[in-house]
Design a protein around this ligand. Structure first.
Ligand SMILES: [Fe+2]
Ligand SMILES: [Fe+2]
Length: 190
């Protein structure tokens, strides 16, 4: 677990323990006393906020991401799932082997997906093929670079990598991929 996550987990555990202790102790004042109920509400708020903060780190598929081509949408959904798997691994610290496995699967599927898109674009004579392919190359290079950093310094870069992947993928799916898909759909690709 990296130091920041350790600190957050420790702070949360400490807060929960303090609130539970405060609830138990304040009940000695009697059930009609407002203090234990105030602590119970505070405990509820902390739990809900923590759940919301955890959930906000995951990416969810939205219908607006659809490029209208089934195989590509399926790939994009799978990529988001794989990012979430890596995110789960990072949050719950399921171990370095699990991180590596999730990362390897994500990289392998990204390469497979890029190859599928590039083949479709090339076969159909997409005019911006070179620029699009270059974006894929740049992204792959960046990820390789970030993995190297991650391997050298486990403390921070898995989060960096996740942020980069989430932003890049959502922007790419929602922008660049939609340009070729509009062209391919006109050509009758489904
Ligand atoms: Fe794509
Ligand atoms: Fe693409």
């Amino acid at each position: 677990m990296n130091n920041m996550n350790k600190l957050k987990a420790f702070a949360l555990a400490f807060l929960l323990l303090t609130l539970v202790t405060a609830i138990i102790l304040s009940f000695t004042l009697g059930l009609t006393h407002p203090l234990p109920w105030v602590f119970i509400v505070a405990l509820g708020i902390v739990i809900v906020l923590n759940k919301k903060m955890t959930e906000s780190q995951f990416v969810t598929w939205k219908e607006e991401y659809s490029v209208g081509i089934k195989s590509i949408d399926t790939d994009h959904k799978k990529l988001l799932q794989l990012i979430n798997r890596l995110q789960t691994s990072s949050i719950y610290q399921t171990g370095e082997a699990f991180d590596k496995e999730a990362l390897d699967e994500l990289i392998a599927y990204t390469k497979f997906h890029f190859a599928r898109e590039e083949k479709m674009m090339e076969e159909n004579g997409y005019p911006d093929f070179d620029a699009h392919k270059q974006q894929h190359i740049n992204m792959t290079d960046q990820v390789v670079q970030k993995i190297k950093e991650y391997e050298d310094d486990h403390e921070k870069t898995i989060e960096d990598l996740l942020d980069y992947l989430k932003n890049w993928l959502i922007n790419h799916i929602n922008g660049t991929d939609k340009k070729y898909s509009a062209f391919l759909l006109e050509k009758g690709v489904k």
